[in-house]
Design a protein around this ligand. Structure first.
Ligand code: SF4
Length: 501
């Protein structure tokens, strides 16, 4: 398997906690450290890049999405790898809110001709704001940017912080989709993972409220393999969420990531944790199907056509959409020009009306093509030539640098190329990760090597068998998604997705 390591020059292995198969590669939890190869820049330069993209036919032919980040949570859960701030100081939150207003104001003119099809309000926990702050926050977004008719407005929420009055404020401002992070109902497990202010009754009360807003799509997050969670606890948790009947359920396996408080406390997963997780995932599949859910993955072809998928994800994934990210901790993408990131709020606090600092990586259209090829292989094992032409207004063979590398893969039996598509034939996902890194541009590889994200082969492989590496990786990515079966039926989903073939 690892022969490729020797065979392919310029191939690098990024530690598995990094999204090596996302291009540019980024850390899964978006920790500030992972932007070590991004350079400092100013908001003036960023505005110029946006103007350039917004005046180019190719840039404008890609959707433009709006993301606003709220970097605070009411408590810091021990399993969380996002390194969120927990701040009970409203003063600090007020300062961050002022900074958001300031940043939005600076972009207002640049985007005045744009109607965003999707607004994602993420975090952190946006519902941690007080009612007054939330009202102020949502009004500021509406005053600065225009949303397209029928835009999807998605908000992250937690049972500890969402109240009836906040829900009403959100609905009044057009929210039509919500992810409620529940994770577990078990009081003991909640205590072990430091998730405060949440109990089963609160969740049930919220679901009773949601029923008053039938157009609101409810997605929920649950976890598997949490500290103190026994098999029986998990089964109870999962039965409870099924009886509440949300539109979709994301089920995430716990990952022993170095950025979690859990890991920082020196804890270790038990040896058979991953086997246990996979056993429980199978059990969850069975229970979900019995309860009328369809088990799925986010890259199902059919999902993208339906409004009930997270539009933000779908448009980014399928069209390499541009993303205007606002606020400390937000990531942005200017198609064909740059990626940039605002770090999380500094420990010493935020100055009044200060726009967050910016770290930027220059990108161009050829880099976009590399990204599209890498991510299509990872998600679909295939690159459709028609989809490539639609996005880049040329055939993939016209991008010589990328196509040449793909022809090399063909000689090694890793890819089959025909007039309709390129099909990935490799079997081993670690081998795939190695191979795809040879599609990185020399400029990208150099930037990574020069940065503190220094890449080398041994980092990820040392001491681990091929089997262990694959399992380790699966532990990070095997999130399941369950959708109510009726949604699929409404959407005329192909028979095979309903398990009737
Ligand atoms: S509420 Fe969510 S984002 Fe905040 S610490 Fe917990 S898991 Fe992380």
């Amino acid at each position: 398997m690892t022969n490729l390591l020797k065979e392919i020059p310029n191939s690098y292995i990024i530690p598995f906690s990094y999204r090596a198969e996302h291009y540019p590669p980024l850390d899964r939890g978006l920790s500030d450290k992972s932007f070590a190869y991004f350079k400092d820049t100013s908001i003036e330069e960023i505005r110029e890049l946006w103007k350039r993209t917004l005046s180019s036919p190719l840039g404008l032919s890609h959707p433009i999405l709006l993301y606003v980040h709220w970097p605070f949570c009411s408590s810091y859960c021990s399993f969380c790898r996002f390194g969120m701030e927990s701040s009970s100081h409203h003063k600090e939150q007020e300062l961050v809110l002022n900074s958001l207003r300031e940043e939005m104001g600076r972009f207002k003119d640049t985007f005045k001709g744009i109607s965003f099809p999707s607004l994602y309000i993420g975090g952190g926990t946006p519902t941690f704001m007080t009612d007054a702050m939330l009202e102020n926050f949502l009004s500021a977004i509406r005053e600065s940017f225009k949303l397209a008719p029928g835009a999807q407005i998605h908000v992250d929420a937690s049972p500890a912080t969402l109240t009836e009055s906040k829900l009403k404020i959100l609905i009044r401002h057009g929210a039509n989709r919500m992810t409620l992070g529940i994770q577990t109902f078990d009081a003991q497990v909640l205590g072990r993972i430091d998730r405060k202010g949440q109990d089963e009754q609160k969740v049930r009360t919220l679901f009773a409220l949601f029923r008053k807003f039938p157009d609101l799509f409810i997605d929920t997050d649950m976890m598997i393999g949490l500290e103190g969670q026994r098999d029986s606890t998990f089964v109870k948790d999962f039965s409870r969420i099924l009886t509440l009947s949300p539109h979709s359920i994301h089920l995430y396996p716990f990952a022993d990531d170095e950025r979690t408080l859990w890991k920082k406390r020196g804890k270790k997963v038990v040896l058979n944790q991953k086997d246990r997780n996979s056993h429980l995932l199978n059990l969850a599949d069975y229970m979900a199907r019995k309860a009328g859910y369809v088990t799925g993955y986010e890259d199902w072809e059919t999902l993208k056509q339906n409004s009930w998928e997270t539009r933000h994800e779908a448009l980014w994934r399928d069209f390499r959409a541009s993303i205007l990210g606002i606020g400390y901790g937000a990531l942005s993408h200017i198609f064909g020009a740059a990626w940039y990131y605002h770090p999380k709020p500094p420990p010493e606090g935020v100055s009044n009306n200060a726009v967050p600092p910016i770290k930027m990586l220059e990108f161009d259209v050829e880099e976009e093509m590399r990204g599209y090829v890498i991510e299509s292989i990872v998600r679909n094992n295939k690159i459709s030539r028609e989809a490539f032409r639609r996005l880049f207004h040329q055939d993939i063979s016209e991008c010589a640098s990328v196509f040449h590398a793909l022809e090399e893969f063909q000689k090694r039996g890793l890819i089959k190329i025909d007039s309709r598509a390129l099909y990935w034939r490799g079997q081993d996902i670690v081998e795939r990760a190695v191979a795809l890194q040879s599609l990185y541009s020399p400029k990208m590889a150099e930037a990574l090597i020069q940065s503190t994200l220094r890449l080398n082969h041994t980092h990820a492989f040392e001491g681990a068998s091929s089997e262990q590496r694959i399992r380790a990786r699966q532990g990070h990515i095997d999130c399941r998604i369950y959708y109510r079966r009726s949604l699929f039926e409404d959407a005329c989903c192909p028979e095979y997705l309903l398990g009737r073939s």
